[in-house]
Write a protein that binds this ligand. Structure first.
Ligand SMILES: NC(=O)c1ccc[n+]([C@@H]2O[C@H](COP(=O)([O-])OP(=O)(O)OC[C@H]3O[C@@H](n4cnc5c(N)ncnc54)[C@H](O)[C@@H]3O)[C@@H](O)[C@H]2O)c1
Length: 383
């Protein structure tokens, strides 16, 4: 494995892959030789490269992980595919749906294994809910709703490249965390999003950007550095009404300016006979709602989980598993698939999101922006 981009999330890719026990972490590439060496040393990785091109030229590396800022996703992914390497790209897959489609086509043509880190799929309770809903345990899904809220951009001194359209894309909060919610909602409900109606807001139209560095790592608080005031055009808050295939309705909100919400993803599916709700900040529990008898809380306990979800839990009940464990589960599905060495287009394990899933998320986010810009009108998502 070789990692490109070792900022906030890159080291978690290394950690998750290392835990699998059968993959060598060969090298890290950064934006300069010096920063790459420092990151490689911190992560105890032997080789460091000052450019991703050098890393791609290393014949020992079979799988490229792309954890660079969004504007480099297309470039790095396309170059890795051209070298015949397997690619694990962080989300959003690309800056636009057209770029994402092109990457999907390139990956299919090259026959490489392609994955996108929609890592909430890797949670055992999420898999249990997905299987239970597919089996009909809650009846036909009618309403799929929830939110993804954070507070790390609530102050005007909070700053990230995600707020600059040329680095993060035309959308900020929706592309960054709305893409996760949309993938999760479709994955768990088993339904595709067909239409959206979006309302987007820029709560802080001016922010103080760190002058020397230009950005700050995700979730990092402002320091004493000199700043300059800049205009912000992308959304930090959004609400979306959704129509799913088959008639189910839905709604979700995203915001990175919501105090007290750290990484608060919630998804609820209300079916004809019962409801199921999962919340990332209490991720070891599944709430099951009933009309005619008491509601239930299913605790994450391998002996209580559906057989298909059990493999995603690694500790007995009461031993809490978390974000990093779900991330590792995703890597286990991806690397297990790669290790089998069969054609890349065969069926994948459930937590494994592909470039096709990444492309779909890009299409949905782009359509929400289009809907909002047209005055919040129902708009069909064209895949
Ligand atoms: N799956 C998740 O839950 C999750 C969580 C956080 C971030 N992300 C995604 O991961 C990506 C990175 O986000 P982050 O928060 O880690 O950002 P970050 O800014 O903390 O890290 C990006 C890193 O890429 C490096 N970089 C910049 N240009 C480079 C180049 N040309 N070559 C090599 N490295 C380069 C930067 O120096 C930095 O270390 C984003 O696309 C983001 O959406 C996903």
């Amino acid at each position: 494995m070789g990692l490109v981009g070792a900022g906030f999330v890159g080291p978690h890719h290394v950690d998750a892959v290392r835990r699998l026990g059968f993959v060598d972490i060969v090298a890290v590439a950064g934006s300069s030789a010096k920063s790459a060496r420092a990151k490689a040393d911190a992560l105890h990785v032997e080789h460091a490269y000052g450019s991703y091109q050098e890393l791609l030229d290393d014949p020992r590396i079979e799988v490229i992980h792309n954890a660079t800022p969004n504007y480099l996703h297309y470039e790095v992914n396309a170059a890795a595919i051209a070298k015949g390497k397997h690619v694990v790209s962080d989300k959003p897959l690309a800056m636009t749906a057209a770029e994402a489609k092109s990457l999907l086509d390139q990956a299919r043509k090259a026959g490489i294994v392609h994955a996108v880190t929609f890592n909430y799929r890797g949670n055992p309770i999420v898999q249990h809910a997905r299987i239970a809903i597919a089996r009909g345990d809650i009846g036909k899904p009618r309403f799929v709703h929830g939110y993804y809220l954070q507070d790390w951009l609530i102050k005007d001194t909070d700053y990230s490249w995600r707020l600059e359209p040329d680095k993060g894309g035309a959308s900020s909060a929706l592309g960054d965390i709305g893409s996760h919610w949309c993938d999760l909602a479709q994955h768990v409900s088993g339904l595709r999003i067909t239409h959206v109606l979006g309302d987007i807001t820029t709560s802080l139209p001016k922010r103080k950007r760190p002058k020397a560095k230009g950005s700050r790592e995700a979730f990092a608080a402002a320091g004493a550095e000199e700043t300059e005031t800049v205009d912000i055009t992308v959304e930090d808050l959004a609400s979306v009404l959704i129509r799913f295939e088959g008639g189910a309705k839905g709604a979700f909100s995203v915001g990175q300016v919501c105090a007290g919400h750290k990484n608060d993803v919630q998804l609820e599916v209300c079916g004809a006979t019962a409801s199921m709700k999962w919340r990332q900040e209490e991720q070891n529990e599944l709430w099951i709602g009933h009309r005619d008898h008491a509601n239930q809380i299913l605790a994450k306990d391998p002996s209580l989980l559906d057989a298909g979800a059990r493999g995603y839990a690694h500790l007995p009940g009461g031993h809490q598993e978390a974000w990093a464990d779900a991330f590792c589960n995703l890597m286990r599905d991806i690397y297990g698939f790669i290790a089998e060495g069969k054609p890349a287009d065969r069926p994948k394990p459930p937590a494994f999101a592909t470039f096709e899933d990444g492309y779909r998320a890009n299409c949905i986010v782009e359509t929400i922006l289009k809907s909002a810009q047209a005055g919040s009108v129902w708009t069909e998502v064209k895949y």
